[in-house]
Design a protein around this ligand. Sequence first.
Ligand code: M6R
Length: 602
Amino acid sequence: MCGIIGYTGSDSAQARIIEGLRKLEYRGYDSAGIALVEEAKKPLLIAKRAGKLANLEEALTKESRASAGIGHTRWATHGGPTDMNAHPHADETGKVAVIHNGIIENYLELKHELEIRGHKFKSETDTESVAFLLADELKKTGNLASAMRAICKRLKGSFTLLAVDSDNPRIIVGARRNSPLVVGVGKGENYLASDVSAFIAFTKSALELGQDQVVEVSPEKVEVTDLDGRIVTPHAYEITWDSKAAERGGFKHFMLKEIYEQPKAVADTLLGRIKGEKVELAELKDIKIDFERILILACGTAFHAGLIGKYALEEWTHTPVDVELASEFRYRKPVLSNKTLVITISQSGETMDTLMALRHAKSLGATTISICNTIGSTIPRESDAVLYTHAGPEIAVASTKALLTQIIAIYLIALNFGERKGIKLPNMTGELLELPNKIQKILETVEPLREMTRGYKDATSVLFLGRHVGYPAALEGALKLKELAYMHAEGFAGGELKHGPIALIENGTPVIAIVPPASSEIAAKMISNIEEVRARGARVIAIADSSFNLEIPEIIRIPKSHELLQPILSIVPLQVFAYEMSLLKGNDVDQPRNLAKSVTVE
Ligand code: M6R
């Protein structure tokens, strides 16, 4: 949830860290701070400000000559977003500072112990305990890495920690448990960061850190150890995407750019995986297909991908499929066996609830596959197999292209497993390959929707209706609108209307209805639902293909497709609707209030 960067080299640490924080700000943006080692053995230069990174930049009135330091952009957990609670947190001498992503669950116990030892806390955070603990430990050995190893053994919860100490002026030390940390290996300079976007403009060589590992970097050297000090060889990899992929590239917002990247993202996820009428997934060849049940675990938009995918998975693999919120699953005592296949879905690969749900499922004997967009992240690393989506970096907090590619990935799995099980399947590959062009067509004809959105700006609530695969698409439409426009929005299954939700309809209530293709057995039912809400005064925007002659003034047309593929098309106008509404309301599109891109705390 927070963005973390450390730099040590010969360039300006301040410039590199601020540049990195700009790239990481999507991870958390309620305050930001920096600690720079200006002079050996002297107090660090520490600046921190509540609010966006721009506030911190304003506070840094002159360029520091430091060539090592750490920086943080925060999503508050313990203590509100104030200057005092912003990271870094330092010891009383100001010579040791720490930044943190995660939650130290035993911080109250540590705080009590540290107060008895005479430390005076200034913030309400869980992190300040770590700063004092580290400084005390450092007094014993003088070695920052071994002090970090010692205190990590005492910490409970999840953390990525970076620390600097002016007695070790060129060194930065990092540690991780359950939260992300990567090393960027440069020439005469090295980086530690929450993700590669922070340093990709300077180096494409990266090292993945494992669970409970500590890393010490100087400009010349990177050394990784476990918590007992044993040297570990980290997995090295080259970052394949271009730094430009994480820039806005002429678009007003990352979200808009990512919406327009969807044709390419879908094409890239299909690339090399379709051979004629067959789907070949080399990544999953070792996964046995004799499972009796499939369980999909995910959060937020990725959960909606799972709900949509369930229909195809059941239809094409003849296997019962359940979809569950990862945050609920992990605290249940579910019945799983080695005949259960668990599929986790996560754009970031770092969502804490999904990671913990994955571990829970593994402990109960399930085989695990992850669908993920972030190479080398924790969830795929801990799964038996991974099918990467190739959406490219998704920076806007609201997920768009990741979702479409996650649905594609589930469909590929469903077809591949169905084929391997010898099930007679419809020929879907041609339809799948046509999707990028169809999405492109929607984007080229979406203009009237922008105009329509204006008519709904003052609505207090927007309802989304769908049936079958259109139902989770409706849930996604509502989530996007809440997240971006801060409006009350709810998605309903058309069939459920009469069981309660129809009471919400009054004169002028906006209802966005996703109409299935005319060939669907529930098409007529959906039309009846639309008439029912219109009869009670609702203003309906219908999203429908050209197979319908609807007598509704506001219709957004999408290209015809197989019913199961329709959400991949119908969700695109819903994204545009939410985007436009956010603009009309004057909201921060890419960084909506209270949110962060990767939810790495529970
Ligand atoms: O990185 P993940 O896919 O695991 O993230 C899951 C959710 O936090 C994410 O989809 C969230 O709901 C989006 N901000 C919605 O747009």
